[in-house]
Design a protein around this ligand. Structure first.
Ligand code: ADP
Ligand code: MG
Length: 249
């Protein structure tokens, strides 16, 4: 559980997203406050990734509003959207590191390009972050030589190098061998303990139980239930969530 203040960081209002005539998100509402950790769970194909991608405009919502720090992101200009990339970090299932760059180069790229940091400053920040995820000794290797768990920790450090206000995680451990899941979750837990605002799509129910302030259950294009972790996992309030929890536990 993290400390939260009352500042609303993200507010989603009647968010809808269709691909052709496939309406994936049918009207999502939700509020993420500063310092909160929201875990999003739900069946495969229910729109969890689409929802996360709409939060930072990797997908354009079909309708509705996504307010970030009070501003409706769906109405921003291109350059404002680019600036926003700096304020929300995202970690993907498959790491998405640049294979032709060393670990350190991966980390330095955006701080230099987007934030115009000097090479010296970008290097310092990057090495500090690599240290924090326990991988300072990997600065000069290429991603192909990393294990999945190491690659995902590098991906987290790379996102953090932009000093984001919110971190979005899309199933960050589901492509990992089981023995590597823990090292990634523990970095995420530390980040949560430090007060980072996080939205985490995950199948790791243990993590959600321990770290989430709220669990959102998504199915059929809606968030069917928002509950504290104990209620969601021990005593879900909706039949849809009960069915899902019974199947996965
Ligand atoms: P989840 O992450 O919960 O598994 P997704 O958000 O990935 O679900 O997908 C929800 C639905 O949206 C699926 O039917 C998927 O095929 C569809 N979808 C996702 N992204 C696209 C896209 N870029 N183009 C077309 N359909 C998509
Ligand atoms: Mg997904």
């Amino acid at each position: 559980m993290t400390k939260t203040d009352d500042k609303v960081m993200i507010q989603v209002k009647d968010l809808k997203k269709s691909f052709g005539d496939n309406e994936v998100l049918k009207g999502i509402d939700g509020t993420v406050k500063s310092g909160q950790v929201i875990c999003v769970i739900g069946p495969s194909g229910s729109g969890k990734s689409t929802f996360l991608r709409c939060l930072n405009l990797l997908e354009n919502p079909t309708s509705g509003e996504v307010l970030f720090d009070g501003k409706d992101m769906t109405k921003l200009t291109h350059s404002e959207i680019a600036g926003l990339g700096a304020r929300m970090g995202m970690v993907f299932q498959n790491f998405n590191l640049f294979p032709n760059m060393t670990v350190l180069e991966n980390l330095k790229l955006s701080p230099k390009k987007v934030k115009h940091l000097s090479d010296e400053d970008a290097t310092k920040i990057s090495l500090d972050l690599l240290d924090r995820v326990g991988l300072k000794n990997k600065a000069d290797v290429y991603p192909s030589s990393l294990s999945g768990g190491q690659a995902q920790r590098v991906a987290m450090a790379r996102a953090l190098a932009m000093n984001p206000e919110v971190m979005l995680f899309d199933e960050p451990t589901s492509a990992l061998d089981p023995e590597m899941v823990g090292e990634v979750l523990s970095v995420m837990q530390e980040l949560a303990n430090e007060g980072m605002t996080m939205v985490v799509v995950t199948h790791e129910m243990g993590f959600a139980k321990k770290v989430a302030d709220q669990v959102w259950f998504m199915a059929d294009g809606y968030i069917q239930e928002k509950s504290d972790p104990e209620t969601m996992f021990e005593n879900p309030q909706t039949e849809r969530a009960q069915d899902f929890i019974n199947k996965i536990i």
